[in-house]
Design a protein around this ligand. Structure first.
Ligand SMILES: [Zn+2]
Length: 316
């Protein structure tokens, strides 16, 4: 159903990887529910964004850090993107009543910042922190930090401690006039592959890095290691899957014509490399999960339209 509606990315409100915390906060789901959802999404090629909340009822800064580590240590999780939403205490909630009874306490701002710095240090290069705070107007927050610029506060502390987050967002060349549009700079880009297993696939994160270590573009190649027939989508049962292709810098939009030729070249090179890796792994078909607007881009690169995914045959 999601693919019929052209969905390419799904966000899940996971909030915690700890069944005890999930039950205490009446989330109505377990860690195994999350794992199963992530597995189905990944096998269908979808991009996975998980939401995670520190400072839930029953958590401590120490348990939160261990919980955040589980996102990356558990092969069944390992999301592509993450949104971190520190719990906000709002009047009229059950949590508010617990706070009034002295059973719940929001972290002091300093403790929260320290926790988030440590979380960022656990980020693998294949994932992206999209958000570090929810936009809740300060007047609604009963206690705890009301800072909407938490990300900046965290970044400032990391700079002071000479720490660097390895996530996609912190490395992307977004908005900078880095000269990847010039052929000389293009030649300076270095291809690096970060591979990691999940419970259902072998993932290869192909990234083009600048000499300074910034991210100029990436591709997610997902090779299933388990049968896909738990999904009602026969056209991808035997396929390697490109779950994401993203190029940064000016005129980066996929499918957009008239951009720097080298940019289109970067996407093409990533696709060709992925196709070769898939072929060597024994796959005869490469599928891509593509938004409707990017289909012409893939057609120009040897993909033909399947029912739900553009598909490229790989030479055996
Ligand atoms: Zn980061």
């Amino acid at each position: 159903m999601l693919r019929h509606q052209a969905v390419t990315k799904v966000q899940l409100g996971v909030q915690s990887c700890d069944d005890h915390i999930l039950a205490l906060n009446r989330r109505g789901h377990t860690l195994n529910d999350v794992r199963r959802a992530v597995r189905l999404l990944r096998l269908a090629g979808l991009k996975i964004v998980l939401h995670w909340m520190p400072n839930l009822f029953g958590a401590t800064p120490e348990s939160d850090l261990a919980d955040f580590a589980r996102l990356w240590d558990d092969p069944a999780l390992r999301p592509d993107e993450i949104k971190v939403y520190p719990t906000a205490l709002l009047e009229g909630t059950d949590l508010y009543a617990l706070w009034e009874q002295g059973q719940y306490q929001p972290y002091a701002e300093d403790v929260l910042i320290d926790l988030l710095v440590q979380c960022k240090m656990l980020m693998p290069p294949y994932s992206r922190i999209n958000r570090l705070m929810r936009d809740i107007p300060a007047q609604y927050i009963a206690a705890g930090t009301t800072k909407s610029n938490l990300r900046q506060l965290v970044q400032t502390r990391m700079r002071k401690q000479a720490l660097a987050c390895q996530c996609i967002r912190c490395r992307e060349v977004r908005g900078k006039e880095i000269a990847v549009g010039q052929s000389q700079a293009m030649e300076e880009l270095r291809l690096d592959v970060v591979s990691y297993p999940t419970d259902a696939t072998q993932e290869h994160f192909l990234q083009y890095l600048t000499p300074g270590g910034q991210l100029a573009g990436f591709l997610r190649l997902s090779l299933p290691t388990t049968p896909r027939d738990i999904l009602p989508i026969p056209e991808i049962y035997e396929a390697a899957m490109v779950r994401e292709l993203h190029i940064y810098g000016p005129a980066q939009a996929l499918g957009q014509r008239g951009g720097a030729a080298q940019h289109r070249g970067l996407g093409t090179q990533l696709l060709d490399t992925a196709a070769e890796m898939a072929r060597q792994a024994g796959f005869e078909v490469l599928a891509v999960i593509a938004a409707v607007g990017t289909r012409p881009y893939y057609r120009e690169r040897g993909f033909t339209a399947g029912d739900l995914y553009p598909i490229r045959r790989l030479a055996v």
